[in-house]
Design a protein around this ligand. Sequence first.
Ligand SMILES: [Fe+2]
Length: 234
Amino acid sequence: MTAALEPVGADLWVMDGPVAVDLLVVPYPTRMSIARLDDGGLWISSPIAATFEQLTEVAALGPVHHLLAPTPRHHWRLERWHQLFPDARLWSSPMGPFTLGRRRLPATTLTDQPPTDWAGQLDQACYRAPGFTELAFRHRPSRTLLLEDILQSHDHHPGRPLVNALVHLGGIAQPGGVPRDIRALTRDKDAARAFAEQVLGWDFDTVVLAHGPVIREDAHALVRHAFAWLLDDG
Ligand SMILES: [Fe+2]
């Protein structure tokens, strides 16, 4: 049985896809976020490998106008949705060595500035590390922060000590953190700190994690804690 649309707040939903398995045998749940913009069109971040039933549910919300891969490791997910919705505009984080599925898709590169298509409805900020740039979004109507790989929170897996050890070593066990590999890539700490401060300066009370739960309690404190290694270091 596949996951249904889950309302998060005003004009914002999430839908879970199949669990992918990372190279290090850690199961990765997949999730997409869907915002309905003021013009009625859908803005979809990190589209999942959806079933027919799931696509039907999404299509009932409105026309698909924007498909985004805000992190390099979700770029591959754009291709199938591009085939299904060829009129939707594609958006991607900058290409780099960590981009998965570097197909020649007609995607526009996302920057710190929201395009006019969603300015005033979604705010955005870039986390920049060499070869890895990820976008964070704040959806204003629902007061929700949308994060992809930059902050993850993985469940404990009973009876799977190797998976649990890898999750713990990776810094992404509950309640959540910035993955150790992303931290290791982060050379410009001042820029990373500015990102964390910008995100924490946004007004939000819910956080959607692409790899983790939808957090509705103490969401701001969780994000602050996850970035403490930057914020408390000078
Ligand atoms: Fe991811």
